[in-house]
Design a protein around this ligand. Structure first.
Ligand SMILES: *Cc1c(COP(=O)(O)O)cnc(C)c1O
Length: 355
């Protein structure tokens, strides 16, 4: 077990107004930090006051983006306890991302212990208002002071915490999506499967373009033919076509294997609803729409849980899905997942980890 040293902040911040949290703008009093040095391994785990870290301008992460991150949440239940949702999945995925980016592996038990210890230490920061939570952002950065291109020999693993507001404070509002065929998020053999900052840096331009045309997010298509669907914004994507749920398969390695995605598939199958993971053409959606069988479309991710797609548009056509409203399957998944996460519903799958 990690032996975590604790340095308490001299002064604690005032807790924010829970009705005005937003997403990722406020950070708690403390953070977890651990160093890696080649030959020595991961060492010096510590909880220290949240604040600036000092790096030389030559630190590799600034130049070559050798960086990975994760995102999960701690939820406050009605009885005041705090719980995590499938943290083992995030930790396993962090090690998979690390492998792709030539970053050394972490012991999954150590990471879970670090998350639990930090959240427990900052327990007063887990908000109580329905729909709010404490977002947990673990990340690893390459810190070698050298601008030759090579995998770094030193790293920092840091966990920061941010109380976040209800994603749907004003009710679930379906999003407008633009089919992106110019820019690419990921290609086979690239880093699409890894949760790394570089993927986000290269996706900003398409998001900006979609917003300029009046859309909320981008529907990413494959980088080779731009005919097959990968993801929506920074979420996985599902469609209900003629009562069957379909979602792009993970096999090409373009797609981030979402924890919410996996959980939706398991839930749907437990309800006896057919789910197929396969390649999906954009044209197939328009054809299903014309045939009157494109029932629902939605994105999945930790932040929003379920994000219904109300409008889908490419350069030629614009369609409105399910009258621009959330569909029955989307709503049922949202209710079930959020029910389990906030402890309002039983957890038959053993997904919850108590703090
Ligand atoms: C994090 C992420 C997701 C969603 O994953 P969850 O584990 O469900 O939060 C989907 N796509 C991309 C690109 C992501 O970075």
């Amino acid at each position: 077990m990690l032996n975590i040293r604790v340095e308490r902040a001299a002064t604690l911040k005032e807790k924010p107004d829970e009705s005005k949290l937003g997403f990722g703008k406020i950070f708690t009093d403390h953070m977890f930090v651990m160093n890696y040095t080649e030959g020595k391994g991961w060492h010096d785990p510590r909880i220290v006051p949240y604040g600036p870290i000092s790096l030389e301008p030559s630190a590799m992460v600034f130049h070559y983006a050798q960086e990975i991150f994760e995102g999960l949440k701690a939820y406050r239940t009605a009885d005041g306890s705090i719980q995590l949702f499938r943290p083992d999945r995030n930790i396993a995925r962090m090690n998979e991302s690390a492998e792709r980016l030539c970053i050394p592996q972490l012991d999954p038990d150590d990471v879970l212990y670090a998350i639990k210890t930090l959240v427990k230490y900052e327990a007063d920061w887990v908000p109580h208002t329905p729909g709010t939570s404490l977002y947990i952002r673990p990340f690893i950065i390459a810190t070698d002071c050298a601008i030759g291109v090579h995998p770094s020999h030193t790293y920092l693993f840091i966990i920061i915490l941010s109380p976040v507001g209800s994603y749907y404070a004003r009710g679930i509002d379906p999003v407008r999506i633009f089919v992106e065929r110019e820019y690419t998020r990921a290609v086979r053999g690239g880093t699409g499967r890894a949760k790394c900052g570089g993927n986000y840096a290269s996706s900003l331009i398409a998001q900006k373009k979609a917003e300029k045309f009046g859309y909320d997010q981008v529907l990413w298509t494959d980088g080779i033919t731009h005919q097959y669907i990968d993801e929506v914004g920074s979420m996985n994507v599902f469609f209900v076509i003629d009562g069957e749920v379909v979602t792009p398969s993970l096999e090409d390695g373009n797609i981030l294997p979402g924890v919410t995605r996996a959980s939706c598939i398991e839930l749907l199958r437990s309800w006896g609803i057919k789910v197929t993971e396969r390649k999906i053409k954009v044209d197939e959606l328009f054809e299903a729409y014309d045939a009157g069988v494109l029932n629902e479309a939605f994105g999945t991710g930790t932040a929003a849980v379920i994000s219904p797609i109300g409008v889908l548009s490419d350069d030629e056509r614009t369609i409105e899905i399910n009258g621009g409203k959330i569909g029955a399957i989307s709503q049922r998944l949202y209710d079930e997942l959020t029910g389990i996460q906030w402890g309002r519903l039983p957890d038959p799958f053993g997904w919850i980890v108590k703090i």
